[in-house]
Design a protein around this ligand. Structure first.
Ligand code: ADP
Ligand code: MG
Length: 240
């Protein structure tokens, strides 16, 4: 579903990604971790073309992301992305947040978009909040709305960039629970997170990055059991 081949990227003269290669198969959950500044967010943004790459190739469901002929807005409508900050539209109701892109990007009728939105809101346990505004919900609730909004587009795969790291501790699990359910339903997911409980529960593979390189790309059993690199061992000893 996602193929990352020998990708390198520079910000000016600073090389942020160094010959990164990996893949995410259909239905797989791949967790990306590593120290701050190692290039995790950059890598994930390259997958839906929010950042350009200078070398290598990225394919999403056989569409070449780094091809000037690729329609990036169309591609992005099929790649759900959930960031650290929820980025809901503050002036729109929860329902309207869920409907906007369905109507504007997919051309769905308003009623169909609303039905789809409400069904997804129900799925993340927030149907009762449909007519509220984002500012009236907690951080964890807003993040669940953001996930529902991405799902409303019928994505091939979902990208998450530290979706729980801006949340108060008591709200982390309500978001992780939704993500675990998605994973168990077979959604293809690439998830930047340091929530190792989530990784242990649902990850098929764990990628460890350091200084722009993919240092480890292995099963969770091997990653947690016996990480090969010293850098991954040090990292794990700090966060576990
Ligand atoms: P991570 O998500 O692992 O913390 P990032 O991908 O955000 O890492 O950043 C990797 C490196 O690239 C960091 O050193 C960061 O300062 C740098 N960086 C990120 N975005 C930009 C940018 N737009 N311009 C220049 N440098 C950037
Ligand atoms: Mg980051």
């Amino acid at each position: 579903m996602i193929e990352i081949k020998n990708v390198s990227k520079w910000y000016g003269s600073f090389q942020v990604l160094k010959d990164c290669s990996t893949h995410v198969s259909k239905g797989e959950v791949v967790v990306v971790c590593g120290p701050s500044g190692s290039g995790k967010s950059t890598l994930i943004k390259c997958v839906n073309g929010l950042e350009a790459i200078q070398q290598g190739e990225i394919l999403v469901n056989t569409t070449k992301v780094n091809d000037p002929k690729t329609n990036l807005p169309k591609l992005r409508s099929h790649v759900g992305m959930v960031f650290q900050h929820f980025e809901l539209f503050p002036h729109l109701s929860i329902t309207d947040n869920l409907c906007l892109a369905q109507v504007e990007v997919l051309g769905r009728g308003k009623e169909e978009a609303r039905e789809k939105g409400l069904a997804l809101l129900d799925r993340v346990g927030l149907k009762a909040h449909a007519d509220k505004f984002p500012g009236q919900l907690s951080g964890g609730q807003q993040q669940r709305v953001a996930i529902a909004r991405a799902l409303a587009m019928g994505p091939y795969c979902m990208l998450f960039d530290e979706p729980t790291s801006a949340l108060d501790p008591e709200m982390i699990n309500e978001v992780l629970d939704v993500m675990v359910e998605l994973a168990q339903e077979g959604m293809t997911m690439m998830v930047v997170t340091h929530e190792m409980g989530f990784a242990r529960k649902v990850a098929n593979r764990v990628i460890f990055m350091d200084q722009g390189q993919i240092i480890e790309d292995t099963t969770k059993e091997e990653f947690f059991g016996s990480p090969r690199s010293e850098r991954a061992q040090q990292f794990l000893s700090k966060i576990l």
